[in-house]
Design a protein around this ligand. Structure first.
Ligand code: EPU
Length: 335
């Protein structure tokens, strides 16, 4: 039985399902509301809560972003540009676009979280990233409450990286995102092995954006736990990038290790492989563990504390370091 004040619990606002308390909770419905919030600089913003690990109660006002709206800014026969309020759910946006026949984000079906959080870590899956279609991010400067527009280049996107995780961290509230999508001649990307296999099995020789979305949904459902059944935050770690010579040394010792090319000096190693190879996959530690079907995903079996999940993450990092001398970076923001 919980002694916690359920009205201030953040359990329903983070996909790990961690039961920590906020000092105060505000549901943001429109941007005007920002002007009325006292001491906004001290507040903590939550979007879909899909990329945070809450390890303690927050002695802060928590603002849950529930802004909404998807509008067309411009369109011609080939393209449409949409302005999307940051509080919209990402997957609902993907489904809306497929319904309307707009292509470009179908590979990113079923990624949990809000539209506002998507550019922050440049979400991506199955060969596409949001940076491939994003035109701008409108962000409210929390000091001045003025809205500043960041172009795609100004967002400084990288692999699960953007300016909002670096020098702009904590300074802005992402309010709106612009995306340019195709209305015809969609450039579907089905090169990712799992997608290709799924489509081939069903004889889809010229897959539509809906077919690709259905493939992605099926693949994700088969590997990644649904946060409403089993709390999680998707991939907990990033796939590390290491030097080729380091990789060659490891390959001699561990012949089954995998890699993907990055550039002439570096390769990316699947963190899931590293973690699985050390016996963590499917292993339960107290109320947490590495998921049985995807080692890179840490889960909450029901009553985990954020600190337990964090400890497991640190233990995994240490064991990967001890064996492979590779440092795993957390993709999730630990609070
Ligand atoms: N692998 C294992 N064991 C595992 C999991 C993976 O050996 O338990 C190895 C396999 O060799 C597999 C390879 O890792 O072929 C890649 O696995 P997978 O296709 O599942 O993708 P991932 O690299 O683990 C990344 C993203 C996911 C994204 C998928 C598909 C990161 C950190 N994660 O995972 O994104 O959905 O590719 O594009 O880049 C997320 O960021 O939260 C996320 C779920």
């Amino acid at each position: 039985m919980s002694h916690k004040n359920t009205t201030l619990s953040l359990k329903d606002y983070n996909t790990f399902g961690l039961d920590v308390l906020a000092k105060n909770l505000i549901f943001l419905k429109d941007l005007e509301q920002l002007k009325e919030i006292e001491d906004i600089k001290e507040c903590f913003f939550i979007g879909g809560g899909s990329n945070i690990l809450l390890t303690k109660d927050l002695d802060k006002t928590v603002i849950v972003n529930q802004t909404s709206g998807i509008t067309i800014i411009s369109e011609d026969d080939d393209y449409v540009e949409l302005a999307i309020a940051s509080g919209e759910n990402w997957h609902n946006l993907v489904l809306h676009c497929i319904e309307m026949g707009y292509g470009g984000i179908e590979n990113m079906s079923l990624i949990p979280g809000s539209v506002g959080a998507a550019p922050m870590q440049n979400i991506g899956a199955y060969g596409k990233e949001i940076k491939d279609v994003l035109t701008y991010v409108d962000a409210v400067d929390i000091q001045t409450l003025k809205t500043i527009r960041f172009t795609n280049a100004e967002c400084q996107f990288g692999y699960r990286e953007s300016i909002f995780k670096k020098e702009a961290k904590g300074k802005y509230f992402i309010a709106e995102v612009g995306l340019k999508l195709t209305k015809r001649y969609h450039k579907t990307n089905t090169s990712y092995g799992d997608i290709e296999a799924w489509l081939q099995e069903r004889c889809f020789t010229e897959p539509t954006i809906r077919d690709v979305s259905n493939a992605v949904i099926a693949i994700r459902k088969s590997k990644l736990p649904d946060p409403s059944d089993l709390g999680n935050s998707g991939s907990f770690f990033k796939n590390p990038i290491i030097g080729k010579s380091h990789f060659e040394t490891l390959k001699d010792k561990f012949p089954t290790i995998k890699s993907y090319p990055i550039d002439e000096n570096n390769v990316k190693v699947p963190a899931g492989w590293l973690i699985e190879s050390l016996g963590w996959k499917g292993k339960r530690v107290g109320n947490t563990g590495s998921h049985a079907k995807q080692a890179l995903v840490l889960v909450n079996y029901g009553n985990a504390q954020g600190s337990e999940v964090y400890q497991l993450a640190k233990d995994i990092q240490q064991s990967v370091w001890d064996t492979y001398q590779i440092s795993l970076d957390m993709e999730v923001n630990v609070i």
